[in-house]
Design a protein around this ligand. Structure first.
Ligand code: GLU
Length: 446
């Protein structure tokens, strides 16, 4: 590691020593940005990177609620307002027992660069709670969301900070959060995205991350004269992102053979077709069941407690959660012929895994580039709310498609190496950084 990178990271580590995921995301960015700063002394002098790793504000709060048994429950709520240089803070809320400050700071830090890459005027933030939605009744989810918003409402707003969904937060939760905000404030505004299409939401928002990650992979494949047609695909996860990744893969003529959840993965060598996907959507979104049910209905195999990376494939989409694909998994993928990995989740590949991919010179895209479609359509939802209009599916989808193309172009511009290899990680980091840095310089030392 370069000496300047090491010195920078030592300082960040000293201030955030108990935040491993945040440090991991900062290291990943510092390794490409610090060498770049040598060609951009203005950014170095203005200490842009030093400022960017310090959140503008962190809010932590108590979330008390009554469960169905009449017992008092207490969770911890957070909102990390990371950077507002190019627009209001924007980023999802995650409800998961693993949520803590380190996880939300890493997500917020990634979000700043991701939102910048979309080309839309959105700053970066992230929030959530250690609340575990698994096994909770609808009534409990609503009570929790109402209590969470009863504190959060004073920190957010359509021109201040616009949360959305992430793991554990989908349309249902956004609805309850929005209802409570509207009740407290007495106004109907675009304070959240991911709303229902009949009450201010945008069409294509549910599909956006999954469609976007495949659009991005299609652009990556094109650089090698390839397409998704006929490719064997591994997908991890079975939530919103994974479901629409499958849908778009099918539209593009690929064969998807895996999906997963926290209990393990299913392998269907015949491929998950439209009808099977409809079953998974109902199972996950309505029944809120486990993915292992799939094999009881359609055959194939369920691998308890395992991740799908040992299955032979051409293209892989890690779409579940952070650090779900390690060095050993990466070696297996490369050995089995996988030549394209596009992240649908945030930071699913460990730094060692990324190293394996770049050494092997396979196509690898970091989430901040390839999964930006979700927040991009959130940005389009904000625009529609401000204009008080609703665009059609065709309009939103073609904007999403164009945004993913533009992000790909930016990655190539900043990430193409001397031997022609496109380092998407470097391209995404520098491309996202430059826009934020320029805005920060223009706005002075704030
Ligand atoms: N949670 C998503 C992400 O990681 C979307 C955030 C949003 O739509 O604001 O980008």
């Amino acid at each position: 590691m370069n000496r300047q990178v090491k010195e920078f990271l030592e300082k960040v580590e000293l201030r955030n020593s108990n935040e491993p995921e945040f440090l991991q995301s900062v290291q990943e960015v510092a390794e490409t940005i610090i060498p770049f700063l040598e060609q951009a002394p203005r950014y170095k002098k203005a200490k842009i990177l030093e400022r960017m790793v310090e959140p503008e504000r962190v809010i932590m709060f108590r979330v008390p609620w009554l469960d169905d048994a009449g017992e008092v429950q207490v969770n911890r709520g957070f909102r990390v307002q990371m950077n507002s240089a190019i627009g209001p803070y924007k980023g999802g809320l995650r409800f998961h027992p693993s949520v803590n400050l380190s996880i939300l700071k890493f997500l917020a830090f990634e979000q700043v660069l991701k939102n910048s890459l979309t080309g839309l005027p959105m700053g970066g933030g992230k929030g959530g709670s250690d609340f575990d939605p698994k096994g909770k009744s609808d009534n409990e989810i609503m009570k929790f969301c109402q209590s969470f918003m009863t504190e959060l409402y004073r920190h957010v707003g359509a021109d201040i900070d616009v949360p959305a969904g992430d793991i554990g937060v989908g349309g249902r939760e956004v609805g309850y959060l929005f209802g409570q905000y509207k009740r407290i404030k007495g106004e109907f505004t675009g304070v959240l995205t991911g709303k229902g299409p009949g009450w201010g939401g945008s069409v294509i928002r549910p599909e956006a991350t999954g469609y976007g990650v495949v659009y991005f992979a299609e652009d990556m494949l094109e650089t090698r004269g390839e397409t998704m047609k006929g490719k064997t695909v591994l997908i991890s996860g079975s939530g919103n992102v994974a479901q629409y990744t499958v849908e778009r893969c099918l539209q593009a003529g690929a064969k998807v053979v895996t999906m997963s959840d926290s209990e393990g993965f299913i392998y269907d060598p015949e491929g998950i077709d439209e009808a099977k996907l409809a079953y998974v959507m109902d199972l996950k979104n309505e029944q809120r069941g486990r993915i292992r049910e799939y094999t009881k209905k359609f055959g194939g195999e369920f691998f308890e407690g395992e991740r799908p990376w040992k299955i032979k494939c051409d293209v892989a989409f890690p779409n579940a959660t952070q650090n779900e694909l390690n060095e050993e998994d990466a070696r297996l993928l490369v050995k089995n012929g996988c030549f394209c990995v596009a992240e649908g989740a945030n930071m699913p590949c460990t730094p060692e895994a990324i190293h394996v991919f770049t050494e092997a010179k396979i196509l690898y895209a970091p989430g901040k580039a390839s999964n930006a479609g979700g927040v991009a359509v959130s940005g389009l939802e904000m625009s529609q709310n401000s204009l008080r209009i609703s665009w059609t599916r065709e309009e939103v989808n073609s904007r999403l498609w164009q945004i993913m193309k533009d992000i790909h172009r930016i990655c190539v511009k900043y990430g193409k190496e001397e031997d022609g290899y496109i380092n998407y990680e470097k391209g995404a980091n520098i491309g996202g950084f430059v826009k934020v840095a320029e805005a920060m310089i223009a706005q002075g030392i704030v």
